[in-house]
Design a protein around this ligand. Structure first.
Ligand code: ADP
Ligand code: ZN
Length: 191
């Protein structure tokens, strides 16, 4: 995939859980490092899935990342040598992350952002829709449906093994919560 050189732009990598977003982000960032580009990676403070200071994919690849709570924190870490900025789990940031990404691209930086396009209800997730509208390049990738094996575009939330209800609280004390990738047909949201 050819990209402009020395020219800022935004790439978005989106899809459901397990679709390989982190894997793809890490792949692009590692290649930029091989090209001796000055790379810096951010992730939201809340996501400490496997490691506090790394972006880690479900297949075990990782790259060092800086956890930040606000999108404007990015400015504390970049300087005029920064050429590539990676952002994982972009859906968990405040909507200002889009303005930051646009500003960085305007300054000549390549911004690669990965995240969920939809929440477990199948609705647009946080800042992602706006980011997609503003990005030059969008790759929407699929996982494999855990039920039928077709391409999965949605994230199924399960509570104690059963499909979560539309209004189920984000955190349920004592309940076992899990997620799996599902296709449109197998994705269930009980009202
Ligand atoms: P994401 O960041 O989109 O959640 P990751 O990059 O962390 O995805 O993980 C992708 C990897 O997850 C795949 O390469 C594969 O090894 C593994 N995996 C586990 N379950 C599934 C699934 N249902 N569909 C596709 N890949 C899966
Ligand atoms: Zn299915």
């Amino acid at each position: 995939m050819y990209r402009p050189i020395n020219h800022g732009y935004i790439e978005a990598v989106i899809g459901p859980m397990y679709s390989g977003k982190s894997e793809e982000l890490i792949r692009r960032l590692k290649r930029a490092k091989i090209a001796k580009q000055n790379v810096i990676v951010f992730k939201p403070q809340i996501d400490d899935r496997y490691s506090k200071d790394d972006v880690v994919s479900h297949s075990g690849d990782s790259i060092n990342a800086i956890p930040i709570s606000n999108s404007s924190d990015i400015y504390k870490f970049i300087d005029n040598k920064t050429q590539v900025v990676g952002i994982d789990e972009v859906q968990f940031f405040d909507v200002e992350i889009v303005d930051v990404a646009v500003d960085l691209a305007d300054k000549g930086i390549r911004v690669i952002a990965a995240g969920l396009d939809m929440d477990f209800k199948g609705e647009p997730f946080g800042p992602t829709p706006r980011l997609l509208a503003m990005a030059e390049f969008v790759d929407k990738i699929q996982a494999i449906c855990s039920v039928c094996g077709q391409p999965a575009t949605r994230s199924q939330r399960l509570i104690n093994g059963e499909p979560a209800k539309y209004d189920d609280p984000i955190i349920q004390v004592g309940a076992v919560e899990s997620y799996e990738a599902r296709c449109r047909k197998c994705h269930v949201v009980c009202k």
